[in-house]
Design a protein around this ligand. Structure first.
Ligand code: UDP
Ligand code: MG
Length: 141
């Protein structure tokens, strides 16, 4: 059993596909262990994406991630980290496999609908960035 952090990004909330994204995770056997809608400040977005601070897209990405509300969630399941990455598809929607969230719902490498942690270390950092231990439940009861 593994936990990962996922986000429906501001473009996903605007396109009204929160339920669509959540449903794809649930249909693939993942369970929601924590969930909330928030809006990040620019500085909060910069902290979340601190690993990308030297990348040319950092400023634009953090503007985008703070432009409107997002839905952040902890997902739990076997191989949750790699499973979420598979369901999301490649970063660039044009390179994503058909049937993935990004291929089906996104059209832009920046505005690509969804985030998922890429490793156990990033999952730990990202879950702790948004949720305290008291806010994460055992979804199976
Ligand atoms: N991104 C971008 N331009 C790029 C690469 C990434 O705007 O050339 C954005 C995009 O929103 C991506 C995020 O930065 O989801 C984080 O990049 P990363 O390489 O971690 O991709 P991900 O893990 O989200 O697939
Ligand atoms: Mg990443």
């Amino acid at each position: 059993m593994e936990r990962t952090l996922s986000i429906v990004k501001p473009d996903g909330v605007k396109k009204n596909v929160v339920g669509e994204v959540l449903g794809r995770f649930e249909k693939n056997g993942l369970r929601v262990a924590a969930l909330k809608m928030i809006r990040m400040s620019k500085d909060e977005a910069k902290g979340f994406y601190i690993v990308h601070k030297e990348r040319p897209f950092y400023e634009s990405l953090t503007d985008f991630m703070s432009e409107g509300p997002i839905v952040v969630m902890v997902l739990e399941g076997d191989d949750a980290i790699s499973k979420v990455r598979e369901i999301m598809g490649a970063t660039n929607p044009k390179e994503a496999q058909p049937g993935t969230i990004r291929a089906d719902l996104a059209s832009d490498i920046e505005r690509n609908i969804v985030h998922g942690s890429d490793s156990p270390a990033s999952a730990q950092y990202e879950i702790g960035y948004f949720f305290s231990s008291l806010e994460i439940v055992n979804p199976a009861g």
